[in-house]
Design a protein around this ligand. Sequence first.
Ligand SMILES: C[C@H](O)[C@H](O)[C@H]1CNC2=NC(N)=NC(=O)C2=N1
Length: 101
Amino acid sequence: MPTEPLSQKEIEDRLRELPGWSLAGDRIARTYRLATHFAAAAMVVHVARVQDELNHHSDLTLGYDTVALSVNTHDAGGAVTERDFELASRVDAVAAAHGAS
Ligand SMILES: C[C@H](O)[C@H](O)[C@H]1CNC2=NC(N)=NC(=O)C2=N1
């Protein structure tokens, strides 16, 4: 997976394909809402497994009934790369499986 920094336009184009995700400073970010706190915690565990599988890790915040993620690519000096969008796409699939909105 390439780790070249994406341009602002490439980032904006990719974000249009991932509704709910946005650019927050130098990271892409999204917050999901779950039905309960335990459901949110269960989603975090599943996301952690995907992140280890991809060897690409976000900053994750577990709230009362929310899971907030933000990510960029450390190996690219903190730039946004394709690896971040690959993770975002996989997390969206996990979130859907957990009934997150
Ligand atoms: C050594 C290890 O492969 C690297 O540090 C991985 C781990 N997880 C990572 N996560 C993120 N967000 N960016 C990286 O560049 C990265 N690199």
